[in-house]
Design a protein around this ligand. Structure first.
Ligand SMILES: Cc1ncc(C[n+]2csc(CCOP(=O)(O)OP(=O)(O)O)c2C)c(N)n1
Ligand SMILES: [Mg+2]
Length: 371
């Protein structure tokens, strides 16, 4: 019973060799704000470039103020965004109003720039139902706390857009951790199979809370996972606003021209803790790593690119900072002035028709709340 000795071995490892070479990271601006890839330089007017910078500066201030409001007990759930502005704001900048956004919990800035009033974003953070009022008209779905869960829904929304003949896309965001979820694979597979106009963004900030990206997958890049489901995929420098814009803009063009979905991995970093609920990043990240990534800062890089062309200066920056602070002050006041959420509100928002057991409770609370 000797085993065959002359069997030619199939080289099963061959397909994995150098696969990352196909996923060279797209970069347009280097850390000094110099153009390193003319071919990928997006076609944006000076005004558009300035607007993009304004939004990124504004969003950094929004993050700083949100952290401090959270510490004062004036916000509820908050997931810091500093470091991810290019990934979030430049990706959103490539969209149109008719596009649908399916955000994760860290992606509140994108839905604010899509039209959600700031005071509502604050109410959402507090778990107040009015935070999401009117989002249907804005083409925004609620930020999803369940990681990866919006991926399957995005494939569905995109398929709906296709069936209705809309020239629009559904875009979703998750993190590197989210790409380890089953939903991630189902979503990108379904969208590929149905050639749906979806854009799947994985913001790879390299940690899922404290778990480093290397412990989440044996794949060298997350982008390459798109190959398995037959969809175009790209790895982008997520600290480079112009690279992110360019990748999302191209993906959108392909999607609305009937060429289906794209998976985009944005390599980025969050400077702050995972959320404001007690996470301590010094337990799982070194200060050297923080310093290394601060050098790649998306605002610093884009600012120096614009300053070289005299499209940006300190005065403009200060104007945006003041405007952001003022808007935030007004918005938090408006959130404070919004009537408190009642238990009956929660019930009637949750159900189109209350189940019989809740009807009874509803009456009890209605009675209590009327006093
Ligand atoms: C399905 C599911 N499992 C676990 C959690 C708990 N959880 C919340 S955030 C998180 C890490 C997510 O990391 P990543 O996707 O990289 O996003 P990031 O927070 O880094 O932006 C986990 C495990 C969750 N919300 N949902
Ligand atoms: Mg992450």
């Amino acid at each position: 019973m000797g085993a065959k000795t002359n069997k030619e071995q199939v080289d099963v490892k061959k397909t994995l060799e150098n696969i990352e070479a196909q996923f060279e990271m797209l970069q347009v601006l280097n850390e000094k704000g110099e153009v390193v890839n003319e071919a990928a330089l997006p076609d944006l007017t000076n005004e558009q470039l300035q607007e993009l910078m304004k939004r990124m500066v504004y969003t950094r201030i929004l993050d700083q103020r949100s952290i401090s409001l959270n510490r004062q007990g004036r916000l509820g759930f908050y997931a810091p965004t500093a470091g991810q502005e290019a990934s979030q704001i430049a990706s959103h900048f490539a969209l149109e109003k008719e596009d649908f956004i399916l955000p994760g919990y860290r992606d509140v800035p994108q839905i604010v720039w899509h039209g959600l009033p700031l005071y509502q974003a604050f109410l959402w953070s507090r778990g107040h139902f009015a935070g999401l009022k009117g989002t249907e008209e804005l083409n925004v779905l609620p930020p999803q706390i369940i990681i990866g869960a919006q991926y399957v829904q995005t494939a569905g929304v995109a398929l709906g857009l296709k069936k209705r003949g809309k020239k629009a896309v559904a875009i979703t965001y998750t993190g590197d951790g989210g790409s380890s979820q089953g939903d991630f694979y189902e979503g990108i597979n379904f969208a590929g199979a149905f050639n749906a106009p979806a854009i799947f963004v994985v913001q790879n900030n390299q940690f899922a809370i404290s778990t480093p990206r290397e412990k989440q997958t044996a794949a060298k890049t997350i982008a390459q996972k798109g190959v398995a489901v037959g969809i175009p995929s790209i790895l982008v420098d997520g600290m480079d606003a112009l690279a992110v814009y360019s990748a999302v803009h191209d993906a959108r063009e392909r999607a609305i021209n009937g060429e289906g979905p794209t998976l985009i991995e944005t390599m980025c970093y969050r400077y702050g803790p995972h959320t404001m609920a007690g996470d301590d990043p010094t337990r799982y990240r070194t200060s050297d790593l923080d310093t290394e990534w601060e050098k790649k800062d998306p605002l610093v890089r884009f600012r120096s690119y614009l300053e070289k062309q005299e499209l940006w200066n300190e005065e403009m920056e200060n104007e945006v900072i003041e405007k952001a602070k003022e808007d935030i002050k007004v918005a938090i006041k408006k959130a404070d002035d919004t009537p408190k959420q009642k238990v009956t509100d929660l019930m009637s928002i949750m159900y189109e028709e209350l189940p019989y057991n809740l009807k009874e409770q509803y009456e009890i609370y209605r009675e209590k709340e009327s006093k």
